[in-house]
Write a protein that binds this ligand. Structure first.
Ligand SMILES: Nc1ncnc2c1ncn2[C@@H]1O[C@H](COP(=O)(O)OP(=O)(O)OP(=O)(O)O)[C@@H](O)[C@H]1O
Length: 258
C-alpha cells in the first residue's frame, strides 16, 4: 500500500540554541493511504506541532515531510497554500463553519476558494452520507454541535483530499455524539477510501483507528498497529475504488489549526 504521508526525522524546535524547546524531535512516520491514524499523547507532547508540520501549516526545523510524494517541507508559501486547498482536508474541534452561509454553501466553499466548478450534487451526496439529507439550506447556527461537525466532515471530503487532518474532532462533543463523528470518519476511510490523521485525547478513538501514534516530549514513543494485520491492510480490498487519488482537496474554509 502506498504511503500518502511520510515524515523523516522531523524536528520542530522553538527558541534559541541551548535553550530550545523541542516540540517535535526526530519523528519518523509513514501513513498508508486508506487508513485512520490517531495521534495521542499528553498535553504539550507535540501533537499539534505534528499535525501542523504534516499538514504544511508549519515548517519543521529539520527533516522531511512528503505528502502525495511531494516534499512539502521545502515548498514556498504559495505552493503550500495551494497544496492546502487541493490536497488536504481539515476538521477542527470548533467546526469553523461560516455562519452566514448555508450548510451546502459551506460544503462547497473549498471548491469555490480553489476557483473550481461547484458541484451541488456532490455536496448533497456527501451531506446525505453524513446524515444531513434535507438540511442543505439550514445555517450552521440552526444545527447542533454534532451536526455542525458532520458538515465539516462533508466539507473536508468534497475535493477528495489526499489526507484529512482532524484536530480534536470530538473534543467539544458529548461521548455519544463524538462516537458518531468517529464512525463517520471511519466510514470515510472504509467506504470512500479517505486517509485520516487525527489528533485526539479521546481514548475511544483507539478502538476505531488502524494505528495509534503516541508522542511524549516531542518524541514518538509508541507506534501500534502499523504494518501487517492493521484494519487498513485487512480491509484493503473492500475500499471504495471510486476515489480519485490526489484529485484535490479542501483547505479548511476559514480556519486555522489552533
Ligand atoms: N509557538 C511556540 N513557541 C514556543 N513553544 C511552543 C510553541 N508552540 C508549541 N510550543 C511548545 O512545544 C511543545 C509541544 O506543543 P504542542 O502544542 O504541539 O503540544 P500538544 O500535544 O498539541 O498539546 P495539547 O494537547 O495541550 O494541545 C510544548 O512544550 C509547547 O509549549
Amino acid at each position: 500500500m502506498n504511503n500518502v504521508l511520510e515524515l523523516e526525522r522531523v524536528s520542530r524546535s522553538y527558541g534559541r540554541r541551548g535553550r530550545a524547546v523541542h516540540a517535535l524531535y526526530e519523528v519518523d512516520v509513514q501513513v498508508p493511504e486508506h487508513s485512520l491514524t490517531a495521534v495521542m499523547g499528553p498535553s504539550g507532547s507535540g501533537k499539534s506541532t505534528f499535525l501542523q508540520c504534516a499538514a504544511g501549516l508549519d515548517r519543521p526545523t529539520s527533516g522531511v515531510v512528503r505528502l502525495g510524494g511531494r516534499e512539502i517541507s521545502r515548498m514556498k508559501e504559495r505552493g503550500l497554500s495551494r497544496l492546502r486547498r487541493t490536497d488536504i482536508g481539515f476538521v477542527f474541534q470548533s467546526f469553523n463553519l461560516l455562519p452566514a452561509l448555508t450548510v451546502q454553501q459551506n460544503v462547497l466553499l473549498p471548491l469555490r476558494l480553489d476557483g473550481r466548478r461547484r458541484d451541488p450534487a456532490r455536496a448533497r451526496e456527501l451531506l446525505a452520507r453524513v446524515g444531513l439529507d434535507g438540511r442543505e439550506d439550514a445555517r450552521p447556527g440552526q444545527l447542533s454541535g454534532g451536526q455542525q461537525q458532520r458538515v465539516a466532515i462533508a466539507r473536508a471530503l468534497i475535493t477528495e483530499p489526499a489526507v484529512v487532518f482532524a484536530d480534536e474532532p470530538t473534543g467539544s462533543l458529548d461521548q455519544e455524539t463524538g462516537a458518531e463523528i468517529l464512525n463517520l470518519l471511519r466510514e470515510a476511510v472504509d467506504r470512500q477510501g479517505a486517509t485520516v490523521v487525527l489528533v485526539t485525547h479521546d481514548p475511544a478513538v483507539t478502538a476505531r483507528a488502524d494505528r495509534v501514534l503516541r508522542l511524549a516530549h516531542g518524541r514518538l514513543v509508541q507506534d501500534s498497529g502499523a504494518g501487517a494485520g492493521t484494519r487498513a491492510d485487512a480491509g484493503a480490498g473492500a475500499f471504495a475504488a471510486s476515489r480519485v487519488t490526489h484529485a484535490g482537496a479542501a483547505a479548511a474554509a476559514g480556519g486555522q489549526v489552533r
